[in-house]
Write a protein that binds this ligand. Sequence first.
Ligand code: KIV
Length: 276
Amino acid sequence: MSVHSQTKRRTVPELMAFKGGQKLVSLTAYIAPIARQLDPYMDMILVGDSTAMVGYAMDDTLSITVEQLTAHARAVVRSTSHACIVVDMPFGSYQESPEQAFRNASYMLAHSGASAVKMEGGEAMAETTRFLVERGVPVLAHVGLMPQYVNTMGGFKAQGMSDTAAQRIYNDALAHQSAGAFAVVLEGVAEALGRRLTEDLRIPTIGIGASPACDGQVLVTEDILGLGDGHIPRFAKTFADAGAVIRGAAAAYADAVRNGSFPGLENCFGVKRNAE
Ligand code: KIV
């Protein structure tokens, strides 16, 4: 475990410098208390639209809004000082046109203080990546398994398993690199494809269920803390049982309340009773 001694927040060019060197470390965060704990250890914190499922118990990521993700990103920015904060663009907020994407991306960055946006999409969205980058919005591309495409993919399924499918994802990633994306998330893709893209791209690849060869990795924090709904993706690893810690604290609190051992006002604030 290593804690960065530097206090200055990481920038997008600093994330790009992870290409081929030290691994880029990233997790998601949606709220201040979690972001605060993760910050010293992370190069990048992603305010992902996965909060729709993880934080709001929705079935998919489709109905989270620009306003909701902007508010979550603002909380994460305010409670961190080290990690570069990247916010997801929600479904429907960028696919219509590059202009729509710029309008929403610039709103999200201006109102949250995040440094970059992440967008899902293949080669067809590369034009939008270029439009944003040329106007001062850094873009993290996301290819492979794209949860916002759940209805076209017919579920959350591993991608790139045939040669043709792998080549299409390869082309998607290359197109976003040419358009100016600063890095690319590879989600749920065949190991060989993750490795090949990491070798061939000059921007960092950030894997999630892709390949250990990727330049960095990202996971959903609630998955590594055992705070999910019981379904843990096969590629995620649980590093701690935070659920047990929370249940233990809740049970101890409930006992304290029921046993009447909860402190009174005088004990809490050092208030002295007036003798008269
Ligand atoms: O929304 C999200 O959290 C993500 C990551 C899991 C890559 O897109």
